[in-house]
Design a protein around this ligand. Sequence first.
Ligand code: GCU
Length: 674
Amino acid sequence: AEDGYDLWLRYPAMERGEARQYKAAAKRIVVPAAQSETLELAVRELERGLAGMLDAAPSVASDAKRGGNLWLVSGDAALPQGAGIDMAALGPEGYAIRSVDGGTVIAANSDIGVLYGAFHFLRLMQTRENVTGLDITEIPSVDVRIINHWDNLDRTVERGYSGASIWDWHKLPDYLDPRYEDYARALASIGINGVSLTNVNADAMALTPAYLEKAAALAGVFRPYGVKIYQTARFSAPMEIGGLDTADPLDPEVRAWWKAKADEIYELIPDFGGFLVKANSEGQPGPQDYGRNHADGANMLADALAPHGGIVMWRAFVYSEHNPEDRAKQAYAQFVPLDGKFRDNVLVQVKNGPIDFQPREPFHPMFGAMPKTPLMMEFQITKEYLGFATHLVYLGAYYEEVLSADTYAQGEGSTVAKIVDGSLQDIELTGVAGVGNAGSDRNWSGSHFDQANWYAFGRLAWDLDADSKDIAEDWARMTFANDDAFVRPVVAMMMESREAVVDYMTPLGLTHLMATGHHYGPGPWVCDLARPEWNPCYYHKADEEGIGFDRTASGSNAVAQYEAPLAEIYGDVETTPENLLLWFHHLPWDYEMKSGRTLWDELVMRYTEGVAEVHEMRETWEGLEGYIDQERYDQIVAFLKIQEKEAQWWRDASIAYFQSVSGRPLPDGVAPPP
Ligand code: GCU
């Protein structure tokens, strides 16, 4: 069935004419005789892809002398004549794909690099690119490219919208669901090299021997695909499963407990990646419970892992209801003073924006502000605040917007990407994390188009400077069809989808207006939750006079956390980009926008526009029937109808609420909410 299980790794047969040029390029694979499992996977993938697309399986030989035209070269094995590849430059995971006399060579210093190269080579064919005259060098931007699973041990998934957790803990370690390997293969195909298995709201049970054995079994499946296993570490675990009466990071017994725990883990999983930690955030235990700081906590764990080469990813997603300070400022306030205090094997993991994965936020001001600390990017792939699995929202465009934002940390051109890849501030250890969206649904991600977000995350984590539109195009070609008449409108629709959701949920820099708890659907009227910073009205601050959160010097002064000249740009209503206007400013309803409209009218227009954009997306898609299988086509139609209905719901509910506050009439010609 065309149910989406194959993701972007479908290899449907090409038409005869198309296949001809590719057939010549991949007739005979030459690969060293003594193969690792990883090299074997590369060969198997090429066989599978070529057999599928070209209807002709290549032959495989280990003897270069007997001729071949697709050479797989790993480590210091000899390169074919004239390949001239600077192997040292490729690093541990990079690869080169080079056309040479009589064929193509895929070369890397490691077997995993060759596997990545094989997927790339196949992608060229899947997207109908040339495979002659190739001179491709690919080196990943960052070291750690990881999916964070927010999966609980009972197989529920926090903010998961695609079925149960793919980890079947109950049957592990004895039964290995074949899906684990399919998952690992998909991860490797986009260069992801790590998964943390469990929720950041962690269960100490995950660190008990029984669960470590289960994790070790998963590590065994993932290893040949170059994917390391990480675990979330509950800070109070020494008390919960260790029998200690404190988890104070400076307590010698606590430190010894973590050291012993690390030793125990590495005994079972010699290449264990390390810990991901959410501490002193949203009720999670942490070092502050003992009057210590984040560096004390992270360093204790780092010291336990260091002898084994493991790392700590310590999250900066912290804010407290006991802190009267603007929530957007709290992480920076806690972490920036600790710059330089973290061990070398600690990455501080920072969400892309200062609040929480909203449809649009400015980049997090910590990026650029901690020049002596490795800062890891955390994106959300699962669409918690973006319509779950039914709404079509292409996040590649969002990721690119954040990565290309200029922090001005060292003058113009100091993009977030350059902070994250370490190049700007000379940082060694680097990484990007994505909160995953893969579950046990047949199509993995809950919807076909959500596969694109997982795909784009991987491609952008590999290359922080990649173009999200190019990625969307590759994905659409690999996942659906190569017809330009299909690909062009689909890519346009994907790129447009990001602005559409911003418009119908939170236009003009508004944020966090979703209904309480589940975050699905509108709830801007909610004002009475016990935690003030969970109330939508905390964020929009709408009243009779106006709307928006004043984060300038006259308000919370969050703008001061940004480097000059950004602080001034965001601090001045005239220079603030309109798409962040109400994030930084509280303005009267009559404020005149660049369009000449009043702020009130513009807000209504944006909401209305958002619905129209989704309507267009649906019409575009409905014009594309017949290019792909009916099964996937139909589900996408149904989901776009849901999205259109719900965009209307968002628009009507939001306008009705804001109108009850502003008391203004709707602009001429605009339909009132029902
Ligand atoms: C959001 C989300 C939570 C999650 C948290 C986090 O607040 O709603 O479910 O635990 O982010 O990132 O830790």
